[in-house]
Design a protein around this ligand. Structure first.
Ligand code: GDP
Ligand code: GDP
Length: 438
């Protein structure tokens, strides 16, 4: 999945020239005379292996009957709405102008990710402007010559963190099957549950004697979503594979978890929810998979509220890093409650796949930073500049720092918990990495 980049800056700094270079076609009309009317363009850009969508806002400078300042703001508003990151150009030969400064101040406040580009730096002609541009407070500028193609390697490095590494989920393909695993201790009721879910008369793909265990899988559709059940002990039993293979060791579960996206951990309500189950559960989280807890044999439970409380207590004590893990009670034997399981799985799957736009994220981040500023390190306040979601499945974020020093674990937790609450992201693991630099 690609990301979107907006090019912004005052007139004549080289926005169209850069756009043309990145898109590789002479799409934009370049003109020396400021004030030439141009349309706003979008194109598919690429630097090396990095592909992204690019928006050239140059046309906006002329298309509104407004002050230059107003028009530049509008450019940024577009960037805010659509782009994951903005490239702000200055003309390093002309130096930093009051308009650049004014604009940079404003950009810093709204916290859209900005990469500063000092253009027209071929030869040494850009040096004065280059040094001045540090003072804009947008981090270290990248020296560029849009016309001569210099600085593209640095630009590549700076854009790389915004790449959404989701290569196995292309945008426009049919929905891929959700990879579901059902794990749990022996006798929890996995085979019984699988039978219920897929129907007794369904043919299983796979095994006659001798087929490897990994080949065992079954696919069906629920509510329009293809679901693939990956290797489970339940399937193995159904397929009458040798008895000794059925013992689901923790190691077995771990292997299955790696193949899955969503994991249903099935526990027997009458047995205590204990260490082995928790080991599996925390492994699901560590692997970045989403977890649904299914409590089976609910038909046989006498004290239902008490049992439920016990399970919830255990979850919140033992898996504090992921709040709101859904708990579904059911009876695989009678089928009662089984109908709640797949809708819950689909809900969690959606959260696991969810993305938040960079602009939304940074408006949120600003509030978080205000409410509770980052701590001091070596007498200086740690500075957080912006944040972007680099991937989904599970949701993963990069937090950009402009100063050295590590954010303490407690502060990262504050942000992760905030993401969970404010973007309604229960039940799935959330990853947050910090980076220093541009
Ligand atoms: P925009 O108004 O920001 O879109 O700027 P343009 O792309 O139209 O460029 C304005 C002028 O700057 C044109 O004459 C370009 O040829 C020139 N220009 C753009 N990039 C460079 C560069 O890297 N070096 C030099 N020397 N001139 C450049
Ligand atoms: P597996 O080892 O996890 O595949 O578990 P099985 O599906 O073979 O079930 C183990 C035992 O639990 C069997 O005797 C099932 O009949 C029983 N069982 C499964 N689900 C339920 C349930 O919902 N209620 C009750 N009372 N027994 C169940």
């Amino acid at each position: 999945m690609s990301f979107t980049v907006a090019i912004i800056g005052r007139p004549n700094v080289g926005k169209s020239t850069l756009f043309n270079r990145l898109v590789g076609k002479k799409l934009a009309l370049v003109d020396d005379t400021p004030g030439v009317t141009r349309d706003r363009r979008e194109g598919d850009a690429r630097i090396g292996s990095l592909k992204f969508k690019i928006i050239d806002t140059a046309g906006l400078e002329e298309s509104f009957d407004d002050s230059l300042e107003g028009r530049m703001r509008r450019q940024t508003e577009i960037a805010l709405d659509e782009a994951d990151v903005a490239l702000m150009l200055i003309d390093a030969r002309a130096g930093v102008t009051p308009l650049d400064k004014h604009f940079a101040n404003w950009l810093r406040k709204i916290k859209i990710p900005v990469i500063l580009l000092a253009n027209k730096c071929e030869g040494k002609s850009g040096e004065p402007g280059l040094y001045e541009s540090f003072a804009l407070g947008l981090g270290e500028p990248i020296q560029l010559s849009a016309e001569h193609g210099e600085g593209m390697g640095e630009l590549f490095d700076a854009l790389l963190p915004f790449e959404k590494t989701d290569e196995n989920n292309p945008d426009d393909e049919e929905p891929r099957p959700l990879q579901l695993a059902i794990v749990g201790r022996p006798n929890a009721g996995k085979s019984t549950l699988v039978n219920h879910l897929i129907g007794e008369d369904r043919m299983l793909t796979g095994p006659e004697a001798g087929v490897t265990r990994d080949a065992i899988a079954v696919e069906w559709e629920f509510d329009g979503q293809p679901i693939k059940l990956v290797d489970t002990a339940g399937l193995r039993r159904r397929a009458r594979v040798q008895k000794k293979l059925e013992k689901l060791s923790v190691a077995d579960s771990l292997r299955v978890i790696k193949m899955a996206e969503i994991v249903v951990l099935l526990v027997d309500a009458e047995e205590t929810f204990e260490k082995q189950d928790l080991t599996i559960a925390s492994h699901v989280i560590e692997e970045g998979r989403a977890l649904v807890l299914a409590v089976n044999k609910w038909d046989a439970v006498k004290d239902r509220p008490g049992t439920m409380k016990l399970i919830r207590d255990r979850l919140s004590i033992s898996l504090p890093q992921v709040k709101g893990i859904p708990v579904v009670t059911l009876s695989a034997l009678t089928g009662r409650g089984v109908e709640k399981l797949l809708p819950t799985v689909l809900d969690v799957y959606e959260l696991w796949n969810k993305r938040v736009s960079t602009s939304q994220l940074n408006r949120w981040l600003e509030v978080m930073l205000e409410q509770h500023p980052p701590p001091m390190a070596k007498g200086r306040r740690l500075k957080v500049r912006y944040m972007t979601q680099i991937k989904a499945r599970p949701p993963t974020f990069s937090l950009f720092m402009s100063s050295r020093g590590e954010l303490p674990e407690s502060y990262i937790r504050y942000l992760v918990n905030g993401l969970r609450q404010d973007f309604n992201w229960p039940a799935v693991p959330i990853r947050l990495y910090t980076r220093t630099g541009k």
